[in-house]
Design a protein around this ligand. Sequence first.
Ligand code: DGL
Length: 273
Amino acid sequence: MSEPVNKRPIGVFDSGLGGLTVLKAVMARLPHEDTIYFGDSGRAPYGSKSADTVTKFSLQNARFLLEQQVKMIIIACNTASSRAFDAVSQSAGLPVIEVIGPGARAAAQATRNRRIGVIGTRGTVDSQVYPAAIRRCLDGPADIYQQACPLFVSLAEEGWWDRPVTYDIARIYLEPLLERGIDTLVLGCTHYPLLSGVIAAAAGPDVRLVNAGAPIAGIVAQTLERTGLINDSRLPGKHVYFTSDSVEQFKTLGSAFLDEPVEQAYRIDIERY
Ligand code: DGL
């Protein structure tokens, strides 16, 4: 007899380690769910690639996860969410979660002076999805300033999460936003929460950082409940990881970030999908 659909794992993908910031929040919120994570570190960064390439990569990642019999796909990448959400959700035939809406809503709730900064990859910034999504959540005028921070993804993938050079780069990237008097800063790339210590230090105490991890996990929980897909097991969830690059690097940095050992990690050839 085949396994009930609600017992299947949740599939999560990102261009690399960044989606672990979403996975961590999902694991905290839904501890009985099994998950399968794919980090496309071999083809990262996505943020500097064209919309067509990001869409092609995202569809391959989704096909890999569908082959693993997942019950839902979380696009744990802002760049892929902004470029490829429609393509993935139309082809997947199961619930697909994107990560822009939850961050936009959290920013709209957090701001007091309606001056909001958004940092993300070049692809996300160019797509203009955040200003549009934040404006939809706020009645009346708002000033939204964006800044692409392409070096952050390499620093995060390298594990340089709290080096002095990372702090210096953060200061340079944030300066134009801070000059505009923002009181809220959206971490509009799932890699950036890995650097949240240095970003918070560079932003200063008057700026609220929006890490959408917990709100995204909330949407995942609501969607599973609404579609009858919650896993009713009382056992701790099992977590399996796949990468398109070095398994050792993934295990070392993934374990450090998740605060739990990444044991089952495998390398795959994503070009086959
Ligand atoms: N973590 C991804 C995002 O949220 C992509 C980073 C990249 O590969 O450029 O946008």
